[in-house]
Ligand binder design. Structure first.
Ligand code: SAM
Ligand code: DTB
Ligand code: SF4
Length: 340
């Protein structure tokens, strides 16, 4: 960054509140209710104070075990409770993971996130998973996993294997949660997040917007995330992908401005975190995505498939970044302010 920009950043840091973990719901709702321009201006100042506003961190996903999940998450194509078009697959081989990671690295991803449709991994699953962490690290990528609930000992084992991040979402507010998932509780999720933190793994935790929840529920989700003892280093904000066969297939489409507002409020509440514009980009026009970046999103999933659903083609993303003067930075994540 040029010297003058540094001093603007210093100025902003002096006028901007330090991160807080004591957000009240009313305060969050007041942010949401600001005129759109005021909200985006405030969020964008915070983005500039803590991050390079023209850099986006990119993370590539791979489903290492697909479908037939015992959980009943109403949004999820991989739940065994619903009749969706997903063909269940066994745990991928080490070679398959190695090849996909090498391709992701060559394509410019900085982080490789492996997801499994499990309620929780068994210790035998972890025997395979620790090998996967090894090969992905050897490919020169940061590692992230999302495998469902973890015990303290399992989290520790993943940390010892070198896992950098664990993704485990709260998904929505505690109040709305029961209408989306009945097979595990909100407290189960908070417990796993605590185990991950305790083990010294960085936390990736966010949720889904557009499931028919109220604005109060969206605010409640952000309040939960921002009131964790430490803010998650990564906060994925997913726009619901309405998948045929799931109970939420018919959910009413959310106003894209409300989604942009959610990213802006997340940026204000968790200033140092990487806020990820996550699932749902394939259905979003470029103008909405550009507003999301202005509002504070500085991370995306990159690659034409998420776990099972579609994501914009890499060429399309590269073109978008170039039109916006955004650099997709494979190193940004490891230099994040405040990170170990
Ligand atoms: N099974 C593990 C678990 O749920 O903890 C990990 C994989 S799960 C698919 C990871 C996350 O993907 C979910 O927590 C949810 O936030 C997101 N997700 C799943 N289906 C989605 C959809 N249709 N639209 C948007 N996000 C979705
Ligand atoms: C997250 O918050 N979003 C990603 C990742 N974490 C694992 C997953 C999105 C899944 C979208 C539906 C699918 O691809 O099956
Ligand atoms: Fe299973 Fe995860 Fe999908 Fe829930 S979100 S059904 S736990 S794969």
């Amino acid at each position: 960054m040029a010297g003058t920009e540094f001093s603007i950043r210093d100025l902003l840091l002096n006028t901007i509140e330090p991160p807080r973990n004591d957000w009240q719901l009313e305060e969050v709702l007041e942010l949401y209710a600001l005129p759109f321009n005021d909200l985006l201006y405030r969020a964008h100042q915070i983005l500039r104070a803590w991050h390079d506003p023209n850099r986006v961190q990119v993370c590539t996903l791979l489903s290492i075990k697909t479908g037939a999940c015992p959980e009943d998450c109403a949004y999820c194509p991989q739940s065994g409770h619903y009749d969706t078009d997903i063909e269940p697959e066994r745990l991928l081989s080490l070679e398959e993971v190695e090849q996909t990671a090498a391709a992701a690295r060559a394509g410019g991803a900085s982080r490789f996130c492996m997801g499994a449709a499990w309620r929780n991994p068994t210790d035998r699953h972890l025997d395979h998973v620790v090998e996967m962490i090894r090969v992905v690290r050897e490919a020169g990528l940061e590692t992230c996993m999302t495998l469902g609930m973890l015990t303290q000992a399992q989290a520790q084992r993943l940390r010892t294997a070198g896992l950098d991040y664990y993704n485990h979402n709260l998904d929505t507010s505690p109040e709305f949660y029961g209408s989306i998932i009945t097979t595990r509780t909100y407290q189960d999720r908070l417990d796993t997040l605590e185990h991950v933190r305790e083990a010294g793994i960085r936390v990736c935790c966010g949720g889904i917007i557009g499931m028919g929840e109220s604005r109060e529920d969206r605010a409640g989700l952000l309040q939960q995330l921002a009131c964790l003892p430490r803010h998650p280093e990564s906060v994925p904000i997913n726009m619901l992908i309405r998948i045929k066969g799931t109970p939420l297939y018919d959910a009413e489409k959310l106003d894209p401005f409300e989604f942009v507002r959610t990213l802006a409020v997340a940026r204000i509440m968790m200033p140092k975190s990487f806020v990820r514009l996550s699932a749902g980009r394939d259905d979003m026009n470029e103008q909405t995505q550009a507003l999301c970046f202005f509002a504070g999103a500085n991370s995306v999933f990159y690659g034409d498939t998420l776990l099972t659903a579609g994501n914009p083609a890499p060429e399309k993303d590269r073109l978008l970044f170039s039109r916006l003067g955004i650099e997709a930075d494979r190193l940004t994540a490891s230099r994040a302010p405040g990170q170990a």
